[in-house]
Ligand binder design. Structure first.
Ligand SMILES: Nc1nc2c(ncn2[C@@H]2O[C@H](COP(=O)(O)OP(=O)(O)OP(=O)(O)O)[C@@H](O)[C@H]2O)c(=O)[nH]1
Ligand SMILES: [Mg+2]
Ligand SMILES: [Zn+2]
Length: 310
């Protein structure tokens, strides 16, 4: 039978059968999934799988279908890429104006964690304003061609417009802890739903979020589906081809570099560096890019052992 994974907790997967929409509690048959060899976590919310029923409520996962999109991050604890959710049509990168403060470099990394899926930069808590400088950095995203929106889960501002963007899509909400992902999900789904995502208290001492949501979960809305994901204090880009990172920086695509393989760090004849120097490329975005590459570089010994490259 074909089904999709709604959530995964401690190697138990809630799987919804495609036809009957019944939910089964599944384990992986034989404990390992051939399609996921070498991966840290084989199945995530949004995965499409084949499974066999073992009772009215339980089953065994046999295989995983190819993923059409994926959101992964690097987990330093496991020294491997950790998948967060799969097969979504849109990643909603949630930021907040304050508590925690707006962190554009965090958003840049979220964008770089996306594989094969467009991103919406969603500034929540717009009931609290941004400083002028932050406003400019946020506005830069739409100038660069990203879709952006400012909303408030608290007051409901622009939630209608957000629903319009989500319509007909499977949308994953990702971002720092405490930015209001679950609050937005609750707002979008309305109160009538029995599943209400728990919302956290802000840790005021550090002005950072606590971790309230601890696993990704698929939730159905009226004409869209959302995936609420756990927030992170920090996010690292998955260990992958460094050249992929520049996909998160579309402004680099318009530059001409002398070498095709240019990573825009210190190479000669690099068009990106030229445009940073002339001010055409935002210096903070470029710094953000360099830091992503740096953090990948630090893991090179692990990577070169062939951990993830296929
Ligand atoms: N002022 C204001 N506060 C908000 C808004 N949205 C959420 N909050 C508050 O922000 C805090 C964190 O919200 P959550 O929805 O739990 O954040 P989260 O992103 O799901 O956090 P994790 O699950 O830890 O990743 C809560 O205290 C919310 O009440 C908003 O639009 N404006
Ligand atoms: Mg949450
Ligand atoms: Zn270059």
């Amino acid at each position: 039978m074909k089904g999709s994974v709604l959530k995964s907790i401690n190697n138990i997967y809630s799987v919804r059968e495609e036809q009957s929409l019944r939910v089964y509690s599944c384990r992986i048959k034989g404990k390992v999934l051939r399609q996921a060899e070498g991966e840290y976590n084989p199945l995530v919310a949004g995965d499409v799988i084949e499974f066999e029923k073992s009772s009215d409520t339980e089953g065994l996962v046999i295989s995983r279908y190819d993923r059409r999109s994926l959101f992964q991050r690097w987990s330093s604890k496991s020294q491997n890429n950790q998948s967060i959710c799969a097969n979504m049509d849109l990643v909603v990168c949630v930021c907040s104006s304050d508590s925690p403060p707006f962190r554009p470099r965090f958003a840049d990394r979220v964008i770089a964690c996306c594989r094969n899926v467009p991103v919406l930069i969603c500034l929540n808590k717009c009931d609290i304003g941004l400083s002028e400088e932050e406003e400019q950095r946020f506005a830069l995203y739409s100038e660069l061609g990203f879709q952006t929106i400012e909303v408030s889960a608290k007051t409901g501002k622009n939630i209608k417009d957000l629903k319009e963007i989500l319509r007909g899509k499977v949308c994953a909400f990702v971002g720092q802890s405490g930015v209001g992902k679950s609050s937005l999900v609750n707002r979008l789904l309305g109160r009538s739903l029995e599943v209400k995502q728990r919302v956290g208290e802000i840790n005021w001492k550090y002005n950072r979020g606590n971790h309230t949501t601890n696993y990704s979960v698929v939730l159905d809305g009226p004409d869209f589906t959302v995936i609420d994901t756990p927030g992170f204090r920090e996010i690292s880009v998955p260990h992958d081809d460094p050249a992929l990172v520049s996909l998160a920086f579309p402004e680099f695509g318009k530059c001409t570099c002398e070498f095709d393989s240019c990573l825009h760090v210190n190479e000669e004849g690099c068009g990106v560096i030229e445009k940073v120097q002339s001010g055409e490329i935002d210096a903070d975005r470029y710094e953000s890019y360099l830091r992503i590459l740096d953090s990948m570089q630090e893991r090179l010994p692990v990577w070169s052992r062939g951990l993830k490259k296929k």
